[in-house]
Design a protein around this ligand. Structure first.
Ligand SMILES: [Zn+2]
Length: 236
């Protein structure tokens, strides 16, 4: 397999909140996209790991993904161990992504920043010829950090106005998490609440680039611009 874009996430339903619109948009442009969830949410209050994985496959269809995998690493106690890095590196060699999207490297949930660190190191290892004898070396050329839940200035924002509804449908595939439930509350918001919350965040980022809905990313490298006359976001 050879993907153009692979998003790595700690939990099923993370990419649907942070970079799903961008994945949909890239798929609509003809790129081959994929998602690799590191855990199946086995520590979650609601739903079994089997349900979460089945829901993530339903969400994958809304996201127009070519491939979605799950590493079944331990949820809520994700560790950047040698064996975790190695198995992730071998998986990256299998799916050969050109671009990898990782969670932003600082986060409230330890799984999210560990996923970021683990993902970066696995991408590096994946490029080493002598990592193992059975797989070909492959190193992604670009790493983006999905920064929607990080309070940092994005390096760039993708216009997902035309993809927002589809991304919402993908997220609502996780009926075990977002279904109507009297015990809902803050941890398990209902559909109206989640739509309201994610809509406001996407609207905020969209506003920064003069569109309806946006998804923010951070890159560690400088961004090259070839035509300064055609830069789209107004200054005044
Ligand atoms: Zn998560």
């Amino acid at each position: 397999m050879s993907l153009d874009v692979l998003a790595l996430a700690a939990h099923p339903d993370d990419v649907e909140q942070t970079c799903g619109g961008t994945l949909i948009r890239m798929a609509e442009m003809g790129y081959r996209t994929g998602v690799l969830d590191l855990t199946a949410g086995d520590m979650g209050t609601r739903g079994t790991p089997e349900e979460r994985v089945a829901e993530s496959q339903a969400a994958a269809r809304h996201l127009l993904l070519e491939w979605r995998g799950n590493m079944h690493m331990p949820d809520a106690r994700l560790e950047n161990t040698l064996s975790a890095r190695m198995s992730l590196a071998v998986k990256i060699r299998e799916v050969k992504p050109r671009v990898v999207i990782l969670p932003y490297w600082q986060a409230r949930h330890p799984d999210h920043y560990r996923c970021s660190e683990l993902g970066f190191e696995a991408c590096f290892l994946a490029g080493l010829k002598k990592l193992d004898e059975y797989s070909e070396p492959h190193r992604p050329s670009k790493i983006l950090y999905a920064s929607l839940y990080a309070d940092v200035k994005p390096s760039f924002i993708v216009d997902i106005s035309a993809q927002f509804e589809r991304r919402m449908a993908a997220l609502l595939s996780y009926a075990s998490q977002y279904g109507e439930n009297p015990e809902g509350g803050a941890l398990f918001p209902n559909e109206r609440e989640i739509r309201d919350r994610l809509g406001s965040i996407a609207r905020f980022y969209g506003n920064l680039i003069g569109v309806q809905y946006g998804e923010p990313f951070v890159v560690k490298e400088a961004i090259r611009i070839d035509d300064i006359v055609a830069m789209p976001v107004r200054s005044i």
